[in-house]
Design a protein around this ligand. Structure first.
Ligand code: PBG
Length: 321
């Protein structure tokens, strides 16, 4: 075996999987705020942008060869209520920003999260009644949110809520409103993970959620077959792409999903994974290169595209390789 490892040139020739900037998606947080960019404490080098900051950042990303972003709004507490009403408001700054992006960067792929958690005062992705998250009523709300996002110009809808049947319902609503081109990236295999903490800080849903969890809709981390069944359902209901989330602790799921269904399979290196690597790098306990290695591993496992908070810095490294 070592003949194949005798020099960097030979090693490169026989490399089996490749990571490129085409594979990278940058998640971006936006807020209605005065400052152009405010760093998120539990996500070093990740910022909440206002619209001006957002436009500058997108320009920057395009220069780095990144052509896809996932947008997450951070909503001030005063605008949250039990139904997540601000998600359907014409005043919503996310919709305004989407329109502006569409005008200024028509070729950028914008991925918009479909879920109510940034908007609800209880922090759940769906509507709540007597302590339970309602499935079908939530789907009605998600359809409205999906149409708002599509009208504002989102290229891809990414339902991250894990209600049953929402992909089919959203697809049907898109068809009957003549949105024939809108893509659906389903968070199909989304686990009930503890790695989402810093994200919940970033969108301000952590204190809302308190000590409740999302185990009545997100998948038990111990289950693989259930994840495959979720993916099968979402493909049948009309998803164009499916996602596994989190990433690194779930590489077996990524691999199995890609092997089984052979559809575009995305993976989300979530906030806690990023925070953990960055913290160790900042302490000097791990070298910088662990970030690249972690993304490379997603490609090896079969992922087609990767959402990572490190996308921009990795793109920079790839450009100079
Ligand atoms: C919620 C949503 C979450 C993330 C993306 N969309 C968190 C959750 O389910 O609570 C997590 C992303 C991350 O941790 O980076 N709709």
């Amino acid at each position: 075996m070592r003949r194949l490892r005798q020099s960097k040139s030979v090693i490169n020739l026989v490399q089996e999987s490749h990571l490129s900037t085409n594979d990278l998606i940058q998640p971006l947080f936006l807020a209605d705020q005065k400052d152009e960019a405010i760093e998120i404490p539990s996500l070093p080098s990740v910022y909440r942008f206002n619209e001006t900051g957002l436009m500058k950042e997108i320009e920057n990303l395009l220069k780095h060869g990144i052509n896809a972003v996932a947008l997450f709004p951070s909503i001030e507490t005063g605008l949250k209520d039990s139904k997540g009403s601000y998600a359907f408001s014409e005043e919503n700054f996310l919709y305004k920003s989407l329109m502006k992006i569409k005008q200024e960067f028509p070729d950028l792929v914008t991925i918009a999260d479909v879920a109510l958690d940034p908007y609800t005062d209880h922090g759940h992705d769906g509507l709540l009644k007597d302590g339970k998250v309602l499935n079908d009523e939530t789907i009605e709300a998600l359809i409205t949110q999906s149409l708002c996002l599509t009208e504002a110009g989102a290229t891809v809808l990414a339902p991250s809520d894990m209600m049953d049947g929402r992909i089919g319902a959203i697809r049907q609503a898109l068809e009957s409103n003549n949105f024939k081109e809108t893509l659906i990236l389903s968070y199909a295999a989304k686990f009930c993970s503890k790695f989402y903490g810093p994200f919940r800080d970033a969108v301000g849903s952590k204190s809302q959620l308190g000590n409740q969890d999302k185990s009545s809709y997100q998948i038990n981390p111990a289950n693989l077959n259930e994840a495959l069944e979720e993916v099968a359902l979402d493909i049948n209901e009309g998803a164009d792409m499916v996602m596994v989330k989190p990433g690194m602790p779930y590489l077996d799921v990524v691999s199995k999903v890609k092997d089984t269904f052979k559809v575009p399979t995305f993976v989300y290196q979530v906030s806690g994974e990023y925070a953990m690597l960055i913290a160790a790098i900042q302490k000097g306990w791990l070298p910088n290169e662990v970030m690249l290695e972690s993304l490379q591993s997603f490609k090896r496992a079969g992922a087609d595209a990767i959402l990572s908070y490190a996308s921009k810095s990795i793109a920079q490294e790839l450009l100079h390789e």
